[in-house]
Design a protein around this ligand. Structure first.
Ligand code: HEM
Length: 214
């Protein structure tokens, strides 16, 4: 679970850096997407790897939940958590919602079936107009709000996940624990700000559709 989580976190950071190209305008984002597509078989290998990582992460999560249940067959009469955090207690719920987000997100931006009217255009260079698709999508406050909500849950999930991967790998200690907790929270916050800045910048008019740029 820790290893797959760490590799997935690597993807989340790399994907964020790529998406931030939206702030550089249509040419930058569209040429980034074009070059990514140009990787051909390498891109397909990465996609397959990502799919395997997600499936392994889910399988180990289900195993963990079942083991935890088996370890405590009789539920607490009165549950008053002392040592745990909200993020830790809601890992399964935040994980399921992030998974639902990923399914929606793939239908939205990869398979382009949720907004077909704005998702299939080409830019003046003949590249797929990813910029137009992203910016017009987030012009709808329901879509932008849904993304910000999903990013908040993703980061709640990461704020506990990153810290606990050190625990699982045996890299934690009493001395390191508070530092790791702080680094985890900071990393999750930075990822939240980075991703949410995209729908919010569109919604607030800082990032505009290409025709409205001049
Ligand atoms: C504001 C937030 C986000 C934006 C604007 C965004 C944007 C995009 C875009 C434009 C694509 C399609 C790229 C293309 O076809 O060229 C894409 C694909 C994808 N996104 Fe995101 N994304 C966001 C958040 C996330 C998050 C948080 C995750 C994972 C937790 C994620 C996972 C993926 C995956 C797995 C793909 C498919 C990659 C592929 O087919 O190669 N995205 N995203």
């Amino acid at each position: 679970m820790a290893v797959t989580g760490l590799l997935l976190l690597g993807f989340v950071i790399a994907h964020l850096l790529g998406n931030l190209c939206v702030f550089g305008g249509p040419d930058l984002l569209n040429s980034y997407a074009y070059h990514l597509e140009g990787l051909g078989p390498l891109l397909w290998a990465a996609r397959l790897g990502l799919l395997i990582l997600v499936l392994l992460h889910i399988t180990t999560a289900v195993q963990l939940v079942l083991e935890n249940r088996k370890a405590r067959p009789v539920p607490y009469q009165r549950y008053k958590p002392v040592e745990t955090t909200y993020a830790a207690r809601t890992m399964a719920a935040s994980g399921v919602i992030v998974l639902a987000f990923i399914v929606y997100h793939l239908l939205h931006f990869t398979f382009r079936v949720t907004h077909p009217d704005i998702s299939h255009g080409l830019d003046p260079h003949g590249h797929r107009d990813v910029y137009r698709m992203v910016v017009l999508s987030f012009g709808d406050p329901r879509v932008a709000g849904g993304y910000v909500f999903a990013m908040a849950l993703l980061c709640l999930h990461l704020s506990h996940g990153f810290k606990s991967l050190f625990q699982s790998m045996g890299w934690n200690s009493i001395r390191l624990e508070p530092k790791l907790a702080g680094i985890s929270r900071l990393l999750a916050l930075l990822i939240f700000i980075g991703y949410s800045s995209i729908p919010l910048a569109v919604l607030l008019g800082f990032v505009k559709p290409a025709g409205a740029l001049s």
